[in-house]
Design a protein around this ligand. Structure first.
Ligand code: GLU
Length: 609
């Protein structure tokens, strides 16, 4: 969500900033802007819409500066207008970019207005600019001013501030929104995500909560939350991904759908063998913790929440350990009771999801035995703040609608089921069934991807629809939820998911020929029940699209189109059946002409509450 790039150098930095913004585009945004300091002038260029609109507006006159900051905004306070786009300026001198939310912006605005500061935007961010400007009147340096200013900000932020009278310096502050310093030779950089800086450096310092840093061309000074100067480790990035590379696919989402067999192979590599799951793959000491675990509490948002919902079925059925799953934004604002010897599991692709992080912090204070993060980004806040962790190894996921991150999370959960199950008396037949399922998973996914043309065909029938219903039972119910979410996210068709046994308790009233019903029907013990639910829909004139095992005995007719999904074992069926639903939403979105990789109003990693 939203992006920050900044640079202090000897050369003109405008192209570095624009390329950085392009690399952050995938995270979702609605406007973009840049501030450049040149010959004691502050040049601001802002545009609503894409980074392309911003770069088109930059020319030889306004595009010069050896120090600069840039931003892609995802509006939280104030509409999507040029005036609300960042950077924001105070006193014609200070420019600020900001990710996150300043929660006490109203009271700050009132007191700053009373002091004579004029606001040019409706954003919370502008209060940062004026607060720093105001405090700077009584300090010797910008660093001192920012150190003092952050004390008055409540909320989450990553922010970068420059002063045109001190063009050699950027001051940055991190509280709840990630920032990474990129180290160059005679030049230094800042960004909200290392991806933005990969063309200029591979050496990074990840700032920690509460850090404020002064970045100059030749030096970096970091002051921690307690006000002490600190040295932070310099890490050499081994991220291979080039965000500009779609590898010949039309969209990142399609590329990422097709990457699933190989990234799942990576996820499994060295972690499972025919003998079982390797010990401590969830972190040192995890085996002892799992031996003591009597309850698993899973907390996540969005797609990751659906992974957790699926895992609940598995943990209880296969590992015999009780489990409940909760949406992070709910958990963090309610009083809850912690069961004895509970393991807290959080899930997030980016590891920076604000609600999940806040839930983790809260849970750590409330008596959970231990915490485990399932995450795709090593070194992310969620991983650092959890006792145990499991990296999904999905590689950078650029499409806003999550695909490979989800299926690798599920593969990780099957390994967690094995790791916990071995302490809970899981039978060796059950263990072998999961292990065999995992061993055949990559090839089953490859076979399933071969359904793409058939699904592309079927997508035509959705192009004029406004509503749809997804049905599943048991561990396929969360897969139906995930399928509905994908369709909503990228095709903007209203989609709801129901456990199919719930149909007659309400949603059956919606059924008519205009409301496609999508059914996931592997050949499991709930098949007969599901077949009855299908008949309930048919009897009411509903049109169905059934993704079914060929042995499930569904046949296409005028009310039903059946797509046969490769036969697979029970444990991995939720992962296998996810792929046709991803492809369906992708092809429907193509027909509808939506922005598949950056759907409207959405952002990739939701770093605000
Ligand atoms: N709250 C700020 C705004 O609405 C920053 C949003 C963002 O993180 O992009 O401008």
């Amino acid at each position: 969500m939203c992006g920050i790039v900044g640079a202090v150098a000897e050369r003109n930095v405008v192209q570095i900033l624009l390329e950085g913004l392009r690399r952050l585009e995938y995270r979702g945004y609605d406007s973009a802007g840049v501030a450049l300091i040149h010959n004691d002038d502050l040049n601001i260029v802002r545009r609503i819409g894409k980074v392309k609109a911003l770069s088109d507006a930059i020319n030889d006159e306004n595009g010069l500066g050896t120090t600069g900051i840039a931003h892609t905004r995802w509006a939280t306070h104030g509409g999507v207008t040029e005036a609300n786009a960042h950077p924001h300026v105070s006193s014609e001198r200070f420019a600020v970019v900001h990710n996150g939310i300043i929660e006490n912006h109203k009271s700050l605005r009132e007191s700053l207005t009373a002091k004579g500061y004029r606001f040019n935007s409706d954003t919370d961010t502008e209060t940062i600019a004026h607060t720093v400007a105001d405090i700077r009147k009584g300090t010797d340096t910008l660093l001192e001013a920012v150190l003092s200013a952050v004390k008055s900000f409540h909320g989450a932020y990553g922010t970068v501030i420059v002063d045109k009278h001190d063009p050699s310096t950027m001051v940055v502050a991190r509280s709840g929104s990630p920032l990474v310093i990129g180290l160059g030779i005679g030049e230094n950089f800042i960004a909200s995500d290392q991806m933005a800086l990969l063309p200029v450096t591979r050496r990074f310092i990840f700032l920690e909560e509460g850090d404020v840093a002064e970045i100059k061309r030749e030096s970096v000074r970091i002051i921690d939350a307690n006000g002490n100067d600190v040295e932070r480790e310099v890490t050499e990035s081994n991220v291979e991904h080039d965000a500009g590379d779609k590898a010949g696919y039309r969209h990142y989402m399609l590329k990422e759908i097709y990457e699933q067999p190989s990234v799942i192979r990576n996820t499994l590599q060295g972690r499972v063998s025919p003998d079982g799951v390797a010990s401590d793959i969830f972190g040192r000491g995890s085996d002892e913790i799992f031996a003591k675990t009597e309850h698993v509490k899973i907390i996540a948002c969005g797609t990751s929440y659906h992974a957790g919902m699926t895992a609940r079925y598995w943990l209880e059925a296969f590992a015999g350990v009780s489990c409940d799953v909760e949406i992070a934004s709910e958990f963090r604002y309610r009083k809850s009771v912690v069961k004895p010897n509970s393991l807290l599991v959080t899930i997030s692709q980016s590891g920076e999801t604000a609600d999940t992080l806040a839930a983790l912090k809260l849970a750590k204070e409330s008596g959970y035995m231990s915490s485990l993060a399932i995450c795709n980004v090593d070194g992310s806040s969620l991983v650092r703040e959890s006792a145990l962790s499991f990296m999904t190894r999905a590689g950078a996921e650029i499409g806003v609608a999550s695909t490979k991150a989800f299926t690798t999370q599920l593969a990780g959960f099957l390994m967690l089921v094995l790791a916990i199950g071995k302490h809970k008396g899981m039978s060796s037949e059950q263990e072998q069934a999961i292990l065999q399922g995992l061993a055949e998973l990559p090839s089953k996914l490859e076979e399933t991807l071969a359904l793409a043309n058939e699904i592309d065909d079927l997508a035509e029938e959705f192009s004029d629809k406004h509503h749809s219903l997804f049905l599943g039972r048991g561990d396929q119910y969360p897969i139906a939820m995930e399928g509905a979410l994908k369709l909503k996210e990228i095709s903007y068709i209203h989609a709801e998911a129901y456990a199919s046994g719930e149909l007659k308790h309400g949603p059956l009233a919606l059924i008519d020929a205009d409301m496609p019903v999508i059914v996931v029907a592997p050949n499991n013990e709930l098949l007969e029940k599901l077949q009855s639910n299908v008949e309930e829909v048919r009897a009411r004139g509903g049109i169905m699209y059934v993704f079914a095992d060929k042995d499930a005995q569904f046949a296409s007719d005028e009310t039903m189109r059946v797509v046969n999904v490769p036969h697979c074992s029970e444990a991995i069926a939720p992962i296998v059946y996810t792929l046709p639903l991803q492809l369906l939403s992708y092809y429907v979105a193509l027909i509808k002409g939506t922005d598949v990789d950056q759907p409207r109003n959405l952002a990739k990693s939701v770093t605000v509450e």
